[in-house]
Design a protein around this ligand. Structure first.
Ligand code: MLT
Length: 263
């Protein structure tokens, strides 16, 4: 399905009926990353998966895709689908987008799941690194993707999941380099959302990879205790890709959270 925002096409998938769940993918991913979870939820939920701007089959909007712009794209889809309320689940960059969505459209949110994601902004060092990454992407996109994607997994899983990782690399290479750069700069410029997290009135679930190389474990202590509505699942043997590396554990935690949010 597609819907337009600012004359650009946003691609999304929807299926099922019932309480609505919105799934947002991370950087260099597309909406299909959630297919496995969706297959088990679709019998009793309306499930929406969105290709974020510059990813999958959603068009480019500009040279920087702010998390706010991406959140507007998500809202455009939900309005088109007549969704009044949802639980929103975002992987990594998708979580940054979900946080921005909650800031503006919080009245629609029954629950927020930050899956291998964070409410903290980039450190000054990370911001500088993103600016460099944008340049590296321009020079050698395929090489970057081949290096970066395997390192999202623990060393053990890189070996065990070789074929699947090769498929993720292949899919990531289909993303236009401009989309990857625009998202990189959007992530660099994203806001600090910890103060916002303190104020939310709906339940939140952090799904954490104990060995996540992108969001180190110690970064969570600054954010998971700020609101008593926050729940946590820690996956001991996962890196940044919990839905693959600990499929059943993370699925159960997300499913239980959705049921709880809609109670
Ligand atoms: C992602 O997986 O979406 C990104 O790696 C997140 C990030 O770089 O902060």
């Amino acid at each position: 399905m597609t819907v337009e925002l600012e004359g650009k096409k946003i691609n999304y998938a929807h299926a099922g009926t019932g309480p609505c769940i919105v799934f947002l993918h991370g950087f260099l991913e597309n909406l299909t990353i959630w297919d496995d979870f969706v297959a088990e939820l679709v019998d009793d939920h309306k499930v929406i998966q969105v290709d974020l701007p510059g990813h999958g089959k959603t068009e480019l909007f500009g040279s920087v895709h702010s998390m706010t712009l991406m959140a507007s794209a998500v809202h455009t889809v939900l309005r088109h689908e007549g969704v009044q309320e949802c639980v929103i689940v975002g992987h990594s960059m998708g979580g940054y987008v979900a946080l921005e969505f909650c800031k503006t459209f919080g009245h629609m949110v029954k629950g927020l799941c930050l899956f291998n994601s964070s409410a903290l902004p980039d450190t000054p060092e990370k911001k500088a690194e993103r600016t460099q990454v944008a340049k590296i992407l321009k020079r050698g996109y395929n090489h970057f993707v081949e290096e970066a994607i395997p390192h999202l997994f623990t060393a053990k899983n890189q070996e065990k999941l070789k074929d699947l990782i090769a498929e993720l690399v292949r899919e990531a290479k289909e993303i236009p380099v401009e989309g990857a750069i625009a998202a990189t700069l959007g992530m660099r410029d994203r806001a600090d959302s910890v103060a916002f997290l303190k104020t939310v009135k709906f339940p939140v679930l952090f799904v954490i990879g104990r060995q996540d190389p992108i969001i180190p474990f110690d970064k969570y202590k600054e954010q998971i205790f700020v609101n008593e509505l926050i729940n946590v699942y820690v996956s001991a043997h996962s890196g940044h890709m919990g839905f693959i590396e600990d499929r059943d554990g993370t699925f159960d935690s997300v499913k239980n959270f959705i049921d709880y949010a809609y109670e």
